[in-house]
Design a binder for this molecule. Structure first.
Ligand code: FAD
Length: 266
């Protein structure tokens, strides 16, 4: 039996590793880098049983389970699924018996802003060597990325569109104590690119930043052809639970569904 898992984030890695332990063959598809969103996390201190460590360090630990003869990591983007067939952007078609969707989430974007290379949506896409980082957003990921920027000695300006704080107090307080600047109830109306940066316009001020990280929430990803009534297709991790985005939940979910597949074969 071959299981095709789409996405090698924490959920996909956990699912692959339990299946491999039971000697099931796994094709694990990844379009970017194993570890998924966890690669952005500055400091993971809420993972039961583990001492706090950076997201990258935790990803390194997770990647160890991928070194298994039954796991074949395929660095390709999956573009379409049909019953027992997974098609990637190279045109290649892989035959599988079961499919697990572990694609995570995609960032919400500002619909009326034209794409700009200086506007990014994940911390790992913020280039090194800049001086000023703007962040739009007020959740945990926004403040966590703000702290990562301050670690690199950038000036960091964070805009919250509303007067509602969504991040946990610990992250907000750490950001302020580390010297981050916070503007509340101040939506960004416009961004104007210029040669070396972006001019940010709010109703209250105009400011230049080198890069703007937009972190205003995430939503479920999708792929053409997903038939949710097909019992050979399952969902795990942030993709399955976009409102409960936690690595520990994603990992537990991946293991649960892996066991479900194994039990279904007996
Ligand atoms: C800044 C930040 C800080 C965080 N801090 C913490 C923390 O401290 N503690 C915690 O528990 N959680 C934290 N999280 C959340 C945690 O990272 C996620 O809950 C977890 O990574 C979800 O795992 P996942 O495998 O479900 O999805 P993801 O990590 O999103 O992985 C999905 C993977 O699928 C791949 N993929 C998507 N589409 C395709 C396709 N079509 N073809 C091939 N591959 C595809 C993606 O490239 C990605 O690697 C943080 C997140 C962020 C952004």
């Amino acid at each position: 039996m071959v299981v095709g898992i789409i996405g090698a984030g924490p959920a996909g890695i956990a699912c692959a590793s339990i299946l491999a332990r039971y000697q099931k063959d796994v094709l694990l598809f990844e379009e970017r880098a194993p570890g998924g969103l966890l690669n952005n996390a500055r400091w993971v201190e809420n993972f039961p049983g583990l001492l706090p460590m950076s997201g990258e360090e935790l990803v390194d630990q997770l990647k160890i389970s991928l070194r298994h003869p039954h796991i074949n990591l395929v660095f390709e983007k999956v573009v379409q699924i049909q019953k027992h067939r997974v098609q990637t952007s190279t045109g290649q078609i892989y035959r599988v018996d079961q499919i697990v969707l572990a694609m995570g989430t995609q960032p919400k974007i500002m619909e009326d802003w034209p794409p700009n290379p200086r506007v990014v949506f994940e911390w790992r896409d913020v280039p090194k060597g800049i001086h000023t980082l703007g962040i739009l957003g007020a959740g945990d990921a926004a403040f966590d990325s703000g702290l990562s920027g301050l670690d690199r000695k950038y000036e960091v300006y964070l805009w919250n569109r509303s007067d509602r704080m969504k991040a946990i107090p610990l992250l907000y307080q750490s950001y302020i104590q580390a010297g981050g600047v916070y503007f509340e109830d101040e939506p960004i109306h416009r961004i104007h690119p210029f040669e070396n940066g972006l001019l940010i316009q709010t109703g209250k001020r105009n400011m230049n930043v080198d890069v703007l990280l937009v972190s205003i929430g995430r939503e479920k990803k999708t792929i053409i052809g997903i038939d949710l009534l097909d019992p050979t297709i399952r969902e795990i991790g942030d993709y399955a639970h976009p409102l409960f985005r936690q690595a520990s939940i994603a990992i537990g979910d991946g293991i649960r569904v892996g066991l479900e597949i194994i039990l279904g074969q007996e």
